[in-house]
Design a protein around this ligand. Sequence first.
Ligand code: FAD
Ligand code: SIN
Length: 536
Amino acid sequence: MTRIKTDILVMGSGIAGLTFAIKAARHFPDRQVLVLTKTNEGESNTRYAQGGVAAVWNHETDTFEKHVEDTLDAGDGLCNEEVVRIVVEEGPQRVQEIIDWGARFDKEKNSEEYDLAREGGHSEHRILHYKDLTGWEMQRTIMEEAASLSNIKVMEHYFALDLITQHHLGRLVIRVTPGIECYGCYALNKQTNKIDTILARATVVCTGGTGQVYRATTNPVIATGDGIAMAYRAKGRVENMEFVQFHPTSLYNPVVENPSFLVSEAVRGFGGILKSAEGEEFMQHYDERLSLAPRDIVARAIDSEMKKRGTECMYLDCRHLNKEDFLAHFPTIYEKCKSIGIDPFTDMIPVVPACHYMCGGIMVDTYGRSSIQRLYAAGECTSTGLHGANRLASNSLLEAMVYAHRIFEDVKDRLDTWDYRDDVPDWNAEGTNEPKEMVLITQSMKELKDIMSYYVGIVRSNIRLQRATDRLLILYRETEALYQTTAVSPQLMELRNLITIAYLITRSATHRRESRGLHFTTDYPDKLPFVEQSVL
Ligand code: FAD
Ligand code: SIN
């Protein structure tokens, strides 16, 4: 066991974590910023982002007000308007920063103007992108920028297990007490298989999303909600977990893949049209914005058409689009389709909804401060108030950059007021043995994903949620028993974390007796006249 001290601890090396780390390291050249990441530095949801970053760029056609309105409209009454204005108005400065660090966004042909794309729910073209590999380009940029700063240390294959609070010092901690403090975390060094104690003055959770709680997801396997589960265990506040965004168009592949490959919404923004196998359009029955309606509407429409017709997928027709332009914009999507025998210029692309984004998460204020002192959070693991009941496409990379900056603004004035806690004990592994039955973990994971996919998916009902709750309780008890007796492994911790996430989603969904944004239940199909956040 090793004890490590660092001024600032960041969990996660995606857009939120590295953007914050770069700013902090540059401001405090003589302080250490330690970034933990559970696999390779470059593996994150960020890396897979396709569509791009939404930002008001062309002030001749677009305005902050329009972006604010689109965000509020998608959020279905649950956004915090102050937060929406902050993100929309500060967003372009943050985008400019990453451009200054070297990010390349596509420009119009023979022009210095950015090629702004449009996606569902946006009233204007305002998405900066790099082909269909925007996330890859942004991840590359922040990794290079971070590598140029000698006081950032990235420790790969380090799995953060739990936040350290007074609880670990043997003190009583009462939920919601403003006095809970975070002193760092315990983390499993996957190379030595030892659990280290990492002590920090300030800790920032940037651990990303939760997509792996469902069977079909566009999220990579790292997206297991670890940060949200850790914050909840540490008695931090978590909110709006019922708002799980299903992307309408993941590529339907009979050979099941994890993750599912995404067919970007930008393809619909480019003119792709949703159709049935017979080539009929169907979106006119659901929304006047047709294929470019907000995601919740399109995903439910596809789900409903598939159920009515008894089909495995619906289709995206791109055959009428200009071949050269399509290839320039979507080379990766084209190649992926070809690899499974679909030629987008002669075949319609088979698509199916898949879990894509968690709108809820660790509750934070406008400076990314969680309900736990000295603990900040940014990115997909948070609930800032921007997304409300449904995230507007391409607003999340923007949100992560804006909050990384705001946390930096807050930390820079407070870091010196916080010291290390040297009385933190090392991890206690007493009574645990090496795992003998890994197969139990794999099987429970499969069951968990099935429960969530069958009972807590796009369409919910009281009876389905009750079934999920009953089954989750069994899984919870079995897994906790395993945890008490088995040496910690990433697989066991991810299972435990995902069970917590599943419970938080199901419980929030059960409490919301209305249909709003991404939460749709057949028992309460209407919206209530008042709005309430689901705080847990
Ligand atoms: P991530 O980028 O997911 O980073 C999380 C980091 O935390 C990773 O480094 C991970 O290894 C680390 N981590 C997790 N748990 C632990 C642990 N226990 N210990 C240590 N490290 C840990 N958004 C847009 O705005 N525009 C888009 O076009 C877009 N397209 C998308 C396409 C796809 C296929 C997907 C999956 C998402 C897309 N999104 C898009 C959403 C967006 O990519 C994410 O919301 C955003 O990148 C999240 O960034 P993050 O920094 O919060 O988390
Ligand atoms: C996409 O390219 O469709 C994803 C955009 C997003 O999730 O914001």
